[in-house]
Design a protein. Structure first.
Length: 220
């Protein structure tokens, strides 16, 4: 068991012993967030979330029909927070779209590191995207990345489809780097293993290829 998560969890649970019905939902979401940070998206039950929130096993059903409904709510909140983090990093493309996109890549990795419970709920079980609100939040968050990629290509005459494709490629690389970093494959002791440097170089290569491809299209 990873005790780094346990002490702050029980501090929060103890503070909630006198919860009111108005914050029961939030308490359950936070309990699930902590459990998922430890065990992954499939590693908790509704009863465990209730226990860690300091409520009876029946209490969660006031807000959630089942475990998946709680997971969907956690993923929705995660995507909302993720989208806000990416939008802040983009900062309307200042001082230029390439530099701003670079910041978004760093923000992506920081979020995955800082919010393992959210991140695992968002990307650990695709069934969460079957819930309309979670899907809408995910699309809004990832549109921020796609729109930034489109802005990088904006003055080259590239199509919207080209921008979306570049955004999807950057997303795939960022998720891969984040996952490897989380699992310990980019340990500090390993040479040339700085996740942000690896992501930055990968994004630069993708942008360079996209710009060269567009230049070839323009001369046809």
């Amino acid at each position: 068991m990873n005790h780094r998560f346990r002490a702050p969890l029980f501090d929060r649970v103890a503070a909630r012993r006198g919860y009111h019905h108005g914050n029961l939902k939030d308490a359950l979401v936070e309990a699930a967030r902590t459990l998922i940070a430890e065990r992954g998206a499939t590693g908790f039950t509704l009863a465990e979330a209730a226990k860690l929130a300091g409520v009876t096993p029946a209490a969660p059903y006031r807000h959630f029909n089942d475990r998946n409904a709680l997971l969907c709510e956690l993923a929705r909140r995660g995507f909302d927070a993720f989208g806000a983090r990416l939008t802040e990093a983009w900062s309307e493309g200042r001082p230029g779209p390439v530099a701003a996109l670079w910041r978004m890549g760093e923000a992506y990795l920081d979020f995955a590191r800082d919010e393992p419970g959210y991140y695992a709920a968002m990307f650990g079980d695709a069934r969460v995207l079957g819930e309309p609100q979670a899907l809408a939040s995910s699309l809004a968050a990832l549109d921020a990345l796609r729109n930034a990629a489109a802005a990088v290509l904006g003055r080259t005459g590239a199509s919207d489809a080209d921008g979306r494709r570049l955004g999807a490629q950057i997303w795939a690389v960022a998720h891969g780097v984040a996952s490897l970093a989380h699992s310990g494959h980019f340990a500090d002791s390993v040479q040339d293993s700085d996740p942000k440097a690896i992501l930055g170089e990968s994004v630069a290569a993708l942008i360079d290829k996209a710009l060269r491809d567009q230049a070839r299209k323009n001369v046809r």
